[in-house]
Write a protein that binds this ligand. Structure first.
Ligand SMILES: Cc1ncc(COP(=O)(O)O)c(C=O)c1O
Length: 408
């Protein structure tokens, strides 16, 4: 069955908006995706139907409790978690990671080692560097291979010692699009008895995540990158979350899933989160899946990956024929090698200049290092970063061609 691109696009009201008669071309997806109308409606309905604090006896508070629980159950399905207790929600991935790093590293001793990578977004680097300073931990850097653009297991394993306490690993690079073999790297880290914290922010819009199969201990993602509202989601092994110290109010709930959530819940965003997961399942059903929600999400990703692969391979092929461009990331590929995020530099025009020219044609792209600070430093482009074109399953070949024409 061919990918139902028209049906997909019809779910996203913002895709058909015009500015001064020009259609919008959203190629800024690694920075944030558009939302289906059902997600916006769920946020709005929640604010009207069930707007109350949690834990009371009257109608709206009971409905609010149900909204929060349904969102956690949906995220457990999305990530392959065993229970909704394993799902913690926060304002962003960065917020959750700073908080969890503080809880985790207080048990580490001076001289203990942590492994970070030069592929990761600052959200999975800075929190650990802060803790390394505070607790005198030694930081070891896993570097991406310049041929494959990913962390290779042999180089990675040489960094692990009996003092390695934690590995913070990115699933997919927000600059180069390269995808790490997280399961293989996690297995190596586990041989060294290290904890594994995975940043899946850039993988979540493109591939099915299975926390059990990955074997990691914690995994974070951000709903606004996979067609949902602005919030971060953390999955953690329940026995680890239960054992960790939580920085929290004395009288707030110390049990999961509440333990690491501070203050009043972002109720309406929980409603949007459940609707986001439902959107993925809707796509699976549209493709003919009649299984449970997780099976339909899997079917949706299987089809969108094939579709995105065609788009990104076309983009890469066309870009490679334009003189004066340097491309960063795997040259071609499927989801095991890359997500459809491409960064480039032009020999004369600065990335910001290019992004501004794209904007004149209502084509949305980002320039700069996009917080892939270590990656940009490694590539020697920390001055102005790159121009990033990031596709999602609602983009079209015509939009890809438009971007290529502009660059050409
Ligand atoms: C790979 C990656 N990790 C982490 C983040 C930070 O996410 P958040 O904005 O939810 O803190 C981003 C944001 O772009 C990202 O691309």
């Amino acid at each position: 069955m061919s990918f139902p691109i028209d049906a997909v696009r019809s779910q996203f009201p913002s895709l058909s908006l015009l500015d001064d008669g020009q259609p919008r071309v959203y190629l800024d997806n690694p920075a944030g995706t558009q939302v289906p109308g059902s997600v916006a409606a769920a946020v709005s309905d929640c604010l009207i139907q069930s707007n109350a604090n949690l834990g009371g006896y009257f109608t709206t508070t009971r409905k609010a409790g149900e909204v929060v629980e349904q969102a956690r159950i949906a995220m457990a399905d999305f990530l392959g978690a065993q229970s909704s207790r394993e799902i913690t929600v926060g304002s962003s991935m960065t917020d959750l990671t700073f908080r969890l790093a503080r809880s985790l590293c207080r048990d580490f001793a001076p001289g203990d080692e942590i492994v970070l990578t030069n592929m990761d977004h600052e959200g999975n680097v800075a929190p650990w560097l802060e803790m390394a300073k505070e607790y005198s931990l030694e930081v070891r850097w896993a570097k991406f291979d310049h041929d494959t653009w990913r962390i290779e297991p042999e180089a990675f394993s040489s960094l692990l010692t009996e003092r390695t306490r934690l590995v913070a690993l990115g699933y997919a690079s927000n600059m180069m699009g390269a995808v790490n073999d997280v399961a293989a790297l996690t297995a190596l880290a586990k041989q060294a008895s290290a904890l594994v914290y995975v940043d899946a922010v850039q993988y979540a819009p493109h591939g099915l995540i299975d926390v059990q199969a990955l074997g990691c201990d914690f995994l974070v993602c951000s709903a606004y990158k996979f067609f949902g509202p602005h919030m971060g989601v953390l999955w953690g092994r329940p026995e680890l979350l239960e054992a960790l110290y939580a920085y929290k109010c004395r009288c707030s709930d110390d049990s999961l899933p509440w333990k690491f959530e501070l203050g009043t819940s972002q109720l309406e965003l929980f409603a949007g989160l459940a609707a986001t997961v439902e959107y993925h399942a809707w796509l699976g059903r549209e493709l003919g899946c009649d299984g449970n929600r997780r099976a339909c999400i899997a079917a949706a990703f299987a089809a969108s990956q094939e579709y995105e692969k065609q788009l990104v391979n076309q983009l890469l092929q066309d870009l490679s024929s334009i003189c004066g461009l340097t491309l960063y990331g795997p040259p071609l590929g499927s989801i095991t090698e890359r997500v459809p995020t491409v960064s480039l530099r032009h020999e004369k025009l600065a990335p910001a200049e290019l992004a501004a020219r794209f904007a004149q044609h209502n084509v949305f792209v980002w320039s700069g290092h996009n917080y892939a600070f270590e990656t940009a430093k490694t590539l020697g482009i920390e001055d102005e970063g790159g121009l990033r074109i990031g596709l999602a399953h609602y983009n079209t070949l015509a939009e890809v061609r438009k971007a290529v024409q502009l660059l050409a």
